[in-house]
Design a protein. Structure first.
Length: 202
């Protein structure tokens, strides 16, 4: 029966990496400033087995999805936000002709009627007229143009909280019976002058 050789086995030979212990090297510590192992640690890869996943829900079990009509309505309202006082940058400006330099349409600045009172910090009559024109061209769905319903003092002192961005920058106008009668009189006078003009040129 052959006997095993005495001495080092092949598994514990010089080229084996198993069981290698890094010893402290004082010269290396002085040279590198670190007394630990200079070998990078072995990277641990992810497990190839399936891991359980915990599902955390933030909504109630009784919640229902939004109806399709509401989703379409909300998507339709996703317009670019409009600055509250964006029309103020046009204050004091008028359109002119490029060739002659003269005013084409408006010879005088815009001025609102006496009953329309501008509201807001530094808002003049021309800006109030521009806000009315903008509201007529971009009407809010289902909302009439009434103006700002709050008191003028609160609108001027804290416009960010009290001014309604969907309404033009003038105080709400109260229509009285006298205003209705005056408008009817103007309509009757305009019809009479039109009838006289048709008789003269017809």
């Amino acid at each position: 029966m052959p006997r095993a050789r005495k001495g080092k086995s092949k598994r514990g030979g010089k080229g084996s990496k198993k069981g290698v212990v890094t010893k402290f090297d004082p010269e290396g510590a002085l040279r590198h400033g670190f007394d630990g192992s200079l070998l990078p640690p072995a990277r641990q890869t992810a497990s190839i087995f399936r891991q359980p996943v915990t599902i955390v829900t933030t909504s109630s079990k009784h919640s229902k999805p939004a109806p399709v009509s509401e989703i379409k309505r909300s998507v339709g309202r996703m317009d670019k936000p409009f600055q509250m006082f964006a029309l103020k940058r046009l204050q004091g400006l008028r359109a002119t002709s490029i060739s002659t330099g003269n005013f084409i349409a408006l010879s005088e600045p815009l001025a609102p009627p006496s009953k329309i009172i501008p509201v807001g910090p530094g808002i003049g009559g021309d800006v109030a007229c521009l806000s009315v024109a903008y509201s007529l061209q971009h009407p809010t769905t289902g909302l009439p143009i009434t103006g700002q319903t709050g008191p003028k003092k609160s609108l001027d002192s804290n416009p960010g909280a009290n001014v309604n961005p969907d309404q033009p920058l003038f105080q709400a106008v109260v229509i009285t019976e006298d205003d209705v009668l005056l408008q009817q009189k103007r309509v009757i006078d305009a019809r009479r002058r039109l009838e006289e003009a048709l008789k003269q040129f017809g």
